[in-house]
Structures are given as structure tokens and as C-alpha cells.
Write a protein that binds this ligand. Structure first.
Ligand code: 4H7
Length: 238
């Protein structure tokens, strides 16, 4: 996947791109990230890219011409232009799977009070990472790139993806590692039994239980099997 990022703060991405799984995906040639400093597309010698809003009001807006120039330069047949904004559709794991299939992303980072609306003519997807306001779009872009990179084939094992919380629309079951007890805090006995069928049954039940108590809204969206409905009933009856 090729990702072009349009930002006034390219340096914010340095640590992100040189750490952990994103770093490895780049080294292995599965991901290419190009940073584009919007100021290089400024139309004046002061490298300004902002201006005051027509109709008045507080603050500044990011101007249209620099975006027009950089997007039309980068956009190809297979590109998807994504604008991260508080007005976007909420990002969830199914949406991340969908975006991970695209070959070329152009990601726009907003600042100030937002962007001249004419940029929207060049945007394929407007996405929000959650119902809160960030100073700039860079952190939102990093969230999207992180979530998508994990799903590029070969970056992590298909098994790990299947094991993720939310891949099946449910929260993950509780997990434990050594030591077996510490300061009186133990581990559920079934996990120490070596009885794989029992362990899988326990995990399925705990996964449904966690979703039911922490995120009941997720169960509304998911189509549940008869077996799952049966387990939920027995959890509720307890
Ligand atoms: C686009 C338009 C994404 C991007 C406006 C970006 C939250 C999200 C931004 C703005 C973002 C999200 C700039 C409006 C800063 C508010 C103080 C960048 N915030 N901002 N202003 N939820 N901010 O995905």
C-alpha cells in the first residue's frame, strides 16, 4: 500500500513511522509512506496556507489552492482521498478492513478552524476517529494508518488478526500470563488444565460476557448464532 500524507507538521510522523509494526511494514516493502509539507504548495513567499473565512467569524481556515495543487498532483486512478475530520463517519474495525484493501491512500490533515469546503470535491471518504476534537488531523491520520497497516497481508499473521478483539464483532476474552499466582492474585483454573475444548468454551463465554457488560451496543450490530444466543441466555440467568 502507498500512503501519501498532506500535513503542515510532517515531523510529527517521524517516531510513528520508525517504530514497531509500521516500521517493519515499511522495511518489508508492504507499506510506503510519503509526507507532503502543505507549505511547499503555498502561493506566497511567506509559505502561508491559511486565510480568514468569508462571511466573517473567528479564526483561520486552510486555503483551497495548496490542497488543489497537491491533491491533483498525487491523485491517480486507484487513489482514495481520505479527510480525517470531526464531521466524518465514525471509524470502526469493518471500515478499517475495507480501507486496508485500497492500493493508494491520500490522507489530509486539517488545522485551524478547518478547511475550505471546496477541498471536499476531491475527497472520497470523510472519516472521524471518535466524537472529540483534536488540535490537528495528524493524530487521527496516525490512528488510521496504524489500524490499516496491521491488516495489510503479511504484516501480522492472519491468525493474529482473527484473534483480535472486534474482528468477529466481540470483545476479547480475559488473558493471563505467568506467574500462576502473585500476591494472592490467581489465574482461572480452566486455563491451566490443558483441556483445549474446555478452554475454547470458556473463552467464547467470557468474550460474550465482556461484550454484554462492557459494550452491549456491539451485540445489537452482530448477527448471533443459536449457540451464542444460548450462551448469552445462560450468562443473563446467572
Ligand atoms: C478537519 C477539520 C479529526 C480536521 C477541522 C481531526 C478530530 C478528528 C480538523 C479540524 C480533528 C476526529 C482543527 C477543527 C482544530 C477544530 C480546533 C483537525 N479533530 N479541527 N480545531 N475526531 N482536528 O477524527
Amino acid at each position: 500500500m502507498i500512503v501519501d500524507i498532506i500535513t503542515i507538521f510532517p515531523e510529527m510522523f517521524n517516531d510513528f513511522l520508525s517504530t514497531s509494526i509500521v516500521k517493519r511494514a515499511i522495511e518489508d516493502g508492504r507499506l510506503t509512506v510519503n509526507l507532503h509539507d502543505l507549505r511547499e504548495y503555498s502561493h506566497n513567499k511567506h509559505r502561508n496556507i491559511d486565510d480568514t473565512p468569508y462571511g466573517g467569524g473567528t479564526g483561520m481556515l486552510m486555503a483551497f489552492p495548496p490542497f488543489y495543487d497537491v491533491i491533483t498532483k498525487l491523485k491517480k486512478e486507484n487513489s482514495k482521498v481520505i479527510y480525517l475530520s470531526p464531521q466524518g463517519k465514525l471509524l470502526d474495525q469493518p471500515k478499517v478492513f475495507e480501507i486496508a484493501k485500497y492500493e493508494h491512500l491520500i490522507l489530509i490533515c486539517g488545522h485551524y478552524e478547518g478547511i475550505d469546503e471546496r477541498v471536499l470535491n476531491f475527497v472520497d471518504l470523510e472519516i472521524s476517529i471518535g466524537d472529540y476534537i483534536l488540535t490537528g488531523g495528524e493524530l487521527a491520520v496516525m490512528v488510521l494508518v496504524d489500524a490499516v497497516t496491521r491488516l495489510i497481508p503479511g504484516v501480522i499473521t492472519e491468525e493474529s488478526v482473527m484473534e483480535d478483539s472486534l474482528t468477529d464483532g466481540l470483545l476479547k476474552y480475559p488473558q493471563y500470563t505467568k506467574p500462576r499466582t502473585y500476591k494472592g492474585f490467581g489465574v482461572p483454573e480452566v486455563l491451566l488444565s490443558g483441556h483445549h475444548e474446555e478452554i475454547n468454551k470458556w473463552r467464547k463465554r467470557e468474550s460474550l460476557k465482556a461484550t454484554l457488560t462492557k459494550r452491549p451496543d456491539l451485540l445489537e450490530k452482530k448477527s448471533l448464532t443459536d449457540a451464542e444466543l444460548e450462551i448469552i441466555k445462560s450468562i443473563k440467568d446467572k
